[in-house]
Design a protein around this ligand. Structure first.
Ligand code: MTE
Ligand code: MO
Length: 406
């Protein structure tokens, strides 16, 4: 078989198999208690074993120790799809990206066209689901709707592709154009289900920072991460980073849709949170720029360490692209804080790895906490200070792990 041009998703059988194995539906659940669901760990095609929160559609979470690396390997990168019906076979001889709507010249581009007709650009950027870390809202006593992700619905990769701006310029955007809509190849299970359709303003689409990526960390995109093409929007939550991107529609009018106007929205106020009353009484806005955040990769929770050991505490920090200024660490549950050493700078949208050398002197239980500040002075809130929204989006409170010194 021609491996480069045809991707037969061997996993189709495996996904169905796993579905039967787990015997559960993946419809959204409203969590009414804080009891933690412990997901099974199963390997999907092109992936190492990951936490399977749902198998259809696939929701795969990366393990916490992934945050000991500044670049997330493709085979451990998390996966999130909304529709169960993802194509299981793509033939690049037939696959085309169509650029249509309010343009002078509609385009139908093959992946080869994208590689040969446009200047290739590379950017290292964090991809984070708006609902990442959602389960930690429950730990603050305020459970939220939606997939109960731990921290592993994010990763950082080197994306290579063509600028969306260059593609739109080749098509020639009409003067009346105000929005750009994007969608991928997957289909809703029933026609009544809304399409996964995302929109942005024309100025954002033409900013020059967005790319249509055909490579992730120097390889084809893994199937589950959107082979053969995906939109990359550096600094923004990944909800509009459409995978298996097949249509770009330039529009004069905004098109109301479930995935823009209901899902992935927060109250349209300064804190983007509920101050009183119920969440949906608020005027809403789509989530966009990511908030400053850091997480601990090592030690992982409940690690047992011998007294006198030299412990390399490490993790990653990022924000929406302002840049990380400082990452502070506490080994006494937040009473005192020390600076960590920031590692190599891979660009303003990338993870900034940090390291702290710790030599615990006494036996006992410790709580390690981490807190990042960006260059414009945004700092992570403490868990009991974080604003709340019913969708459980944008969780970025101070991360912590408990360890035992023996
Ligand atoms: N075509 C398509 N693209 C999509 C989605 C989807 O359901 N379909 N989900 C979005 C959401 S909400 C997230 S968090 C990211 C997940 O990207 P990943 O699976 O590569 O980690 O893809 C985005 N792009
Ligand atoms: Mo997401």
């Amino acid at each position: 078989m021609d491996n480069i041009n045809r991707r037969n998703f061997l996993g189709a059988g495996l996904i169905l198999g796993a579905s039967t194995l787990l015997g559960k539906e993946s419809s959204p659940k409203i969590i009414t208690d804080t009891k933690e669901f412990v997901p099974p760990v199963i390997a999907f095609p092109e992936k190492k074993p990951l936490k399977v929160i749902s198998d259809r559609p696939p929701l795969l979470e990366s393990p916490r120790d992934i945050f000991t690396q500044a670049i997330t390997p493709n085979d451990q990168f998390f996966v999130r799809w909304h529709m169960p019906d993802i194509p299981t076979y793509i033939d690049l001889h037939e696959f085309r990206l169509s650029v249509q709507g309010s343009v002078e010249k509609p385009l139908s581009l093959s992946v080869d066209d994208l590689k040969s007709k446009f200047e290739p650009v590379e950017i290292t950027s964090v991809l984070q689901c708006g609902g990442n870390s959602r389960k930690y809202y429950a730990k603050t006593g305020q459970a939220t709707h939606g997939v109960q992700w731990g921290h592993g619905a994010m990763g950082c990769a080197v994306w290579k592709g063509a600028r969306l701006k260059d593609i739109l310029n080749m098509a020639g955007v009409k003067a009346t154009a105000r929005f750009v809509g994007v969608n991928g190849l997957e289909k809703p299970a029933v026609d009544a289900t809304p399409k996964f359709f995302r929109e942005m303003e024309i100025d954002e689409a033409l900013s020059g920072e967005l790319i249509v990526a055909y490579e992730m960390n120097g390889e084809d995109l893994p199937y589950l991460n959107g082979f053969p093409l995906r939109l990359v929007i550096p600094g923004h939550f990944s909800d509009s980073w459409v995978k298996m991107l097949s249509e770009i529609t330039v529009m004069d009018e905004y098109r109301k849709s479930f995935f823009m106007d209901v899902a992935y929205t927060v109250p349209d106020n300064d804190c983007e949170c509920v101050i009183s009353g119920s969440d949906f009484e608020y005027k809403r806005k789509p989530i966009a720029a990511m908030k400053v955040k850091s997480v601990i990769g090592y030690p992982t929770p409940n690690t047992v360490i011998k007294k006198g050991s030299r412990v390399k505490v490490t993790g990653v920090a990022f924000d929406q692209g302002k840049g990380i200024k400082e990452v502070m660490i506490s080994t006494d549950g937040g009473k005192s804080w020390s600076a960590t050493a920031l590692q190599k700078d891979n660009g303003k949208y990338a993870y900034r790895q940090w390291v702290y050398q710790w030599e615990p002197k006494a036996k006992g239980e410790y709580i390690i906490m981490v807190r990042a500040i960006n260059r414009i002075g945004n700092i992570q809130p403490q868990a009991d200070e974080i604003g709340w929204n019913a969708g459980g989006y944008q969780y970025n409170a101070v991360d912590y792990v408990n360890v035992k010194i023996v």
